[in-house]
Design a protein around this ligand. Structure first.
Ligand code: URA
Length: 238
């Protein structure tokens, strides 16, 4: 059981004070009855709550999939740059969400955002080996020797030997290559550093999948949507 003013405030309907005023105006209905007592306790999982006639969608956690654009940082706050949280709707900001893992400022593509700390830990835990697939453009000719080096596990600049990665060359010539790479780790700048270890440079990077989820083609860069129940469950089973 939770106080109605806390529930509505957490769902982004204003500060406790503002919610109190909404209640006073008779705009809040719980199971068909208008209530004005801001301290009233209800079970938000069971009660049907309406504000100004509109039913609210109560949930403790939110799960968003974003098509991250270039130029924004994967953080909740930043002194200089716009963050991925700045891009989401106000109604979601009330949940205090954060990104699951990080994409570099210049990397685009699939980024998950949630306030579910437990799921976050599970998905970023190195022992869980969640597959992440990236499409990348590389400045030089990527060949079979690179594919084999990635398969064995390349050693990056700090001496760390990466886990085996699947590198697929989509097309390649002297001017550059397009590739897909699947990695199971999430080290800082990992894909870029893996290519540096074979003397090449990533010039464009897009994450196209994360575990069971694929980048949603309907999402323009900068947009996000809530995950479906099925998508949330598939992530929880990772
Ligand atoms: N690897 C990188 O180098 N950058 C990213 O943003 C993600 C993976």
């Amino acid at each position: 059981m939770e106080r109605i003013d806390k529930i509505l405030s957490n769902l982004g309907h204003g500060t406790r004070k503002e919610v109190k005023a909404i209640l006073k105006k008779g705009k809040v209905e719980v199971d068909g009855v208008i209530i004005s007592d801001n301290a009233m306790k209800i079970d938000p999982d069971k009660a049907i709550i309406k504000v100004s006639g509109e039913e609210i969608n109560y949930r403790k956690y939110i799960y968003l999939i974003m098509n991250k654009p270039s130029g924004v940082v994967s953080a909740t706050v930043d002194k200089h740059d716009e963050t991925v949280i700045d891009l989401i709707d106000e109604e979601y900001k009330a949940f205090d969400p954060f990104p699951i893992g990080r994409l570099d400022k210049d990397t685009v593509g699939l980024l998950l955002i949630t306030n579910d700390g437990e799921l976050n830990h599970k998905l970023i835990a190195p022992k869980n080996h969640v597959d992440k697939v990236y499409y990348a453009e590389i400045n030089r000719f990527v060949d079979e020797s690179d594919v084999n080096a990635f398969k064995k596990g390349v050693v990056i600049d700090d001496g760390y030997k990466c886990m085996p990665a699947i590198l697929e060359v989509l097309n390649a010539d002297e001017n550059g290559s397009e590739i897909m790479v699947t990695i199971q780790e999430g080290k800082f700048h990992q894909v870029k550093r893996m290519f540096e270890s074979v003397d090449k440079k990533v010039v464009f990077l897009r994450r196209v999948s994360f575990g069971p989820l694929k980048l949603d083609e309907n999402l323009l860069e900068g947009q996000c949507r809530e995950l479906s129940e099925d998508e949330i469950n598939s992530l929880k089973q990772v």
